[in-house]
Structure formats: C-alpha cells, structure tokens
Design a protein around this ligand. Structure first.
Ligand code: HEC
Ligand code: HEC
Length: 185
C-alpha cells in the first residue's frame, strides 16, 4: 500500500513538473540571433550598426515595433522584425536591455574638444552624458556614422519623433558637432 502511495506521489510530481517549472520565453533564443550583426551581447562592431546591448527596454520595444510596422525606415531590421509578435518583441527587448552597454571602439573625437553647439538641450532628455533616461535612449558611445545618420533622419523627417523636432532647425555643421560630442574616446 505504502509503495503504491509513493509511486502515485512520484507520478503526480512528474506530471505537475512542467506546470511548476518557469516557462522560458523565446527572448534568449531570439536575441542570440542579433549577434550576427550587432556583435556579442549587442556591443556593435560596425560603423552603421548601433550598440543595442543595455539600451532602454521601452525604447527597444518601440523601435522594433516601428521597424516591423514600417514607421521607421530600416532595411534589414524591417525585414527581420516582420517575423515577430508583440510578445516576442517584448521578450527580445527585455533580454537585450539586460546586457551591459559598451561604447563602440569606433568613437573618434579626442576628449575635451570644444564644440560649436551646446548639448544642454539634449542633456535634459538624454542625460548629462548621453547615457539615456526613462525619457530618451542612450546615445553616447554609438559609432559616429550611425549617430549622424539618425540625426539626419530626424532632420529630414524620415524618422519622426515629436521630442526630436529640434533637429529640424539645425545645420549640417551643428549635427557634425553634436555627433562629435557623443563619440568621444
Ligand atoms: C542582418 C543584420 C542585422 C541583424 C541580424 C539584426 N540587426 Fe538590428 N540593425 C541592423 C542595422 C544595419 C541597423 C541600423 C538600421 C538603421 O539605421 O535604422 C539596426 C538597428 C537596430 C536597432 C535600432 C537601434 C537604435 O539605437 O535605434 C535596434 C533596436 C535593433 N537593430 C535591434 C536588433 C535586434 C533585437 C536584433 C535581433 C533580434 C537585431 N537587431 C538583428 C542590422 C541587423
Ligand atoms: C524632449 C526630449 C529630447 C530632447 C531635448 C532631445 N532628444 Fe533625442 N531623443 C528623444 C527621444 C524620445 C528619442 C527616441 C525617439 C524615437 O523613438 O525615434 C530620441 C532619439 C535620439 C537619437 C536616436 C537614437 C538612436 O539610437 O537611434 C539621437 C541620436 C538623439 N535623440 C540625439 C539627440 C541630440 C543630439 C539632442 C540635442 C540636440 C537631442 N537628442 C535632444 C528625446 C529628446
């Protein structure tokens, strides 16, 4: 009697196990595929490939959704995101956001170089050093080519965000100066 009792407890535990165990999401598996372009744990090795590891989760979710829905121009990212559900985008973003931010080794500007345009306005949203806040993404330490492209997209209106409307009035020289500020060694 006792033996049968133990067996049935064991059977009960075994059949309950899959329910009790945390059900892993797709995030880790899907985020592993980003390394092919964005580098190990999102620490971008390319001049036109942004750092994504350690970026804010809310910004990553918004961005991947915009690529998928065609509201942000994105080439390969547009194609890639089409395959993801909202749930998968959320899971991927949480995993990528949990990685540590690493500045690109492609940063170019010598420390301390004087700039022609103030970054005080940028700091209000992006943080004192461009490290990102709940309001705006981490921008310091991206490759200069990527940053310039992003700023030109806001200036030209191919990428739209009300918060970045201040770029519309800027000259190309101002933009180059801003890029230098956020790509210091
Ligand atoms: C085939 C190469 C490739 C792969 C694979 C790839 N990306 Fe990208 N990704 C890019 C390029 C190129 C850009 C820059 C596009 C642009 O300028 O809008 C980019 C941009 C992004 C951005 C915008 C960053 C920002 O600062 O606004 C995010 C977020 C992003 N990728 C996330 C991911 C995630 C998450 C994965 C894996 C699920 C991934 N990417 C896989 C090439 C790739
Ligand atoms: C009112 C708040 C605000 C101000 C001021 C502001 N930004 Fe932004 N910035 C944002 C937000 C929000 C986003 C994300 C917009 C989106 O989803 O495309 C952003 C996006 C960006 C991006 C794109 C990041 C990426 O990874 O692609 C860059 C670069 C940037 N800002 C630089 C600047 C600079 C330089 C200044 C100062 C001249 C500035 N911003 C001022 C809020 C702000």
């Amino acid at each position: 009697m006792q033996g049968r009792g133990l067996v049935s407890i064991a059977v009960l535990l075994l059949s309950a196990a899959p329910v009790l165990a945390a059900v892993p999401g797709d995030g880790e598996r899907l985020a592993a595929t980003c390394a092919g372009c964005h580098g190990t744990r999102g620490a971008a090795p390319g001049s036109h490939i942004p750092v994504i590891g350690g970026q804010g989760a809310a910004y990553l979710k918004k961005t991947l959704t915009e690529y998928r829905d065609g509201t942000r121009p994105g080439g390969v990212m547009a194609n890639l995101s089409k395959g993801y559900s909202d749930k998968q985008i959320g899971e991927i973003s949480d995993v990528v956001a949990s990685w540590k931010w690493q500045n690109t080794p492609l940063a170019a500007t010598p420390k301390g170089k004087k700039l022609s345009v103030s970054t005080a306005a940028c700091a209000a949203c992006h943080g004192k050093k461009g490290e990102g806040t709940v309001l705006a993404p981490h921008i310091n330490g991206q490759a200069p080519e990527y940053l310039k492209e992003a700023l030109l997209e806001y200036k030209n209106g191919t990428r739209n965000a009300p918060a970045m409307a201040l770029l519309k009035g800027m000259s190309d020289a101002d933009i180059d100066s801003l890029v230098k500020n956020y790509t210091r060694k």
